[in-house]
Structures are given as structure tokens and as C-alpha cells.
Design a binder for this molecule. Structure first.
Ligand code: ATP
Ligand code: MN
Ligand code: MN
Length: 307
């Protein structure tokens, strides 16, 4: 339930030193949450979230009228600056205006003042944009797939990566599916990571054809999980850890320890209502060693994948 007071007193409020106008404007009727709650969510997760955003192109999903209204993806500043949001070197994306980066709680919360609900990240940092530092497997289930099959799929994908000697980290998308993230040393060009992730996907579909599909399109994944490896491309993005989703219930993309998968009830189990208690009770960061893993894609791995 909401702790804020309803629409009667809608005077501007202050979150992390940022002025939030219309704080009581409801942005999701399913959870009853208002604009101020979005701002407070990001204030609360900032310490855990900001390391993932540091010096990395971020795309913003704005939904000024709330989750039921129009949504648009924003990769550049519009006419209104967002306080604290930094413009990156235009050379990173020469044919467009500068991409953006968020390095502070002020910038995170200021974005919510502008109606931002979701934050999406590129797979490389600004200082080495040609060398991704992660490889993402976005597991997209057929809408009718029982959740247990989704859990099984995540375990199978993890097992294959383990066989290759690649440590993977699990997160919910906050929507329908799960994401496996493999942190990489920043040395492989995009093409190599795209091809490698495609080979992993192909192998999964070959080994478990009843569970995985490597082909895009709803008709190809009926009763199965589509492994979307196309997040691993130069300008593609993936929802950031701890981002809210602009969907009914305001799910949160939540980093998990692998031993939590079994008791996970769905990709939106952790949401704006349930996350605070989780954060308060966790005694350590489930992704604590994420930034310590700088893994390489080797010839031995490629051979195992038949590449
Ligand atoms: P779910 O679990 O429900 O699949 P998801 O975050 O994995 O949630 P997808 O639809 O599988 O969502 O993935 C879409 C991805 O494409 C997002 O991660 C996002 O970063 C990216 N994306 C979405 N919309 C745009 C857009 N307009 N322009 C560029 N990239 C986009
Ligand atoms: Mn997905
Ligand atoms: Mn997808």
C-alpha cells in the first residue's frame, strides 16, 4: 500500500535535493503509485544501481502520463536539460546528438521529474565503446509458458555457460522474463560477442529444442523460451539493474543470487512494493563480485560451441 497521501496536497516535494512537481500524480493504477514513489525508489536504490550506469550510454523510457499513457524512448537530451545528466562525447555516435550518461543520484531522480520510469544501458562504457564489457542473454518466454519451465530454461542456460567456464549473473527483467549477464573483459569487438552469443543460443536450441527457440517471432517460441542474443549489438540496450518497469505493478529488474531462482515466483515478483523489504533484509549484494569478473571468450570455448 502507498504511504503518500493522495492528490489533495500536490505541492512540489523534495527527493535527494531534487524538486519533484506533481508528486501525487498517480502513474500506475495497479499499484496506486505516484510520481513521488518513482523518485523515492531511485533514491533508495541509487547506491546499488549507479555502479552499473557509470560512464555508460543510458537510454531513458519516459511515460509522463504514467504506465497506461504514451511511452517514448529517449537517447539524447531534448529541449529541456535534465539536471546532472551528462552528455557523452559525440564521437561515440557521430551521426546523432550526444548520448547520455547518469552518474549521480541527483541525475537519476531528476530524470524521474521529467517522467522517466525505465533506464536502459548499452553494453559498453563510453571510454571503450567498441569493446563490450558484458554479454546478455535475454530469455523471453512464450506468454503461455508455465513459470517452472522458465526457471528450468534459466538453469539450462547457466549450465551451458558454466560448461564454457563463464560465470553468469541472474536478474529478473521486472516484466516477463529473466536476463543472464556475463561480465567480460573489455577486449572483444562487438562482432565477436554477437557471434559468440548467437552460438550459445543455437547450442541451447539444439540441445533442448522443446524448451528453447533461437528464432525471433512469437510463432517460433510457442511453448518455449526465445533466447534474445541481439541485446549484444553496438547500439542495443538492456534494462538496467534496479530499474522500474513502466508496466502495471511497476516491476523492478532485480539482481538475484542463483540460489534464489528456485523460490522466485515470477519475473515481476520484485516490484516497487516488495523490493524495499528485500533490500533491507539482504545481508550482502547478490552481484557483489560482478565487477570483479573480467572474462574472456577463448578458442577453447569457441571450439566447444562448434564455432
Ligand atoms: P521482458 O522480460 O518482458 O521481455 P525485457 O526488458 O527483456 O522485458 P524485451 O522486450 O525482451 O524486454 O527487450 C526489449 C529491449 O529492447 C529492452 O531491453 C530495451 O533496452 C530495448 N528497447 C526497447 N525499446 C526500444 C527502443 N524504442 N529503441 C531501442 N531499444 C529499445
Ligand atoms: Mn526480455
Ligand atoms: Mn527480448
Amino acid at each position: 500500500g502507498r504511504k503518500t497521501s493522495g492528490a489533495k496536497n500536490d505541492a512540489p516535494a523534495d527527493v535527494a535535493g531534487v524538486r519533484i512537481t506533481h508528486p501525487e500524480r498517480i502513474i500506475d493504477s495497479a499499484s496506486g503509485r505516484a510520481k513521488i514513489d518513482v523518485a523515492r525508489h531511485y533514491e533508495a536504490v541509487a547506491e546499488r544501481m549507479l555502479p552499473f550506469l557509470a560512464n555508460r550510454p543510458v537510454y531513458l523510457l519516459r511515460a509522463p502520463e504514467g504506465v497506461a499513457g504514451e511511452k517514448f524512448f529517449q537517447k539524447h537530451l531534448g529541449r529541456t536539460p535534465i539536471s546532472g545528466v551528462r552528455q557523452l562525447d559525440p564521437a561515440i555516435d557521430p551521426s546523432h546528438p550526444p548520448l547520455l550518461a547518469i552518474d549521480s543520484v541527483e541525475a537519476l531522480v531528476s530524470a524521474t521529474q521529467m517522467g522517466v520510469i525505465e533506464f536502459h544501458l548499452c553494453g559498453a562504457t563510453a571510454d571503450r565503446i567498441d569493446r563490450p564489457d558484458c554479454m546478455v542473454f535475454d530469455l523471453d518466454p512464450d506468454p503461455g509458458l508455465p513459470w517452472e519451465r522458465m526457471q528450468e530454461a534459466a538453469l539450462k542456460a547457466r549450465a551451458l555457460l558454466d560448461e564454457l567456464d563463464l560465470r553468469s549473473f541472474l536478474k529478473t527483467s521486472g516484466g516477463k522474463g529473466l536476463h543472464l549477464v556475463v561480465p567480460l573483459a573489455r577486449r572483444h569487438p562487438w562482432k565477436d560477442v554477437t557471434e559468440f552469443s548467437e552460438a550459445v543460443t543455437r547450442r541451447l536450441a539444439q540441445a533442448h529444442p522443446d524448451l528453447f527457440s533461437a528464432k525471433m517471432g512469437a510463432q517460433n517460441r510457442v511453448g518455449r523460451v526465445f533466447v534474445d542474443y541481439l541485446r549484444n549489438q553496438r547500439y542495443a540496450s538492456t534494462v538496467a539493474p534496479y530499474s522500474l518497469r513502466a508496466r502495471p505493478g511497476l516491476g523492478v529488474a532485480t539482481p538475484l543470487a542463483w540460489d534464489e531462482l528456485d523460490s522466485l515466483t515470477g519475473a515481476a515478483m520484485w516490484n516497487i512494493d516488495t523490493l524495499p523489504a528485500r533490500m533491507a533484509s539482504l545481508d550482502h549484494d547478490p552481484w557483489a563480485d560482478y565487477f570483479l569478473k573480467k572474462q574472456q571468450l577463448t578458442a577453447v570455448m569457441r571450439r566447444k560451441l562448434g564455432m
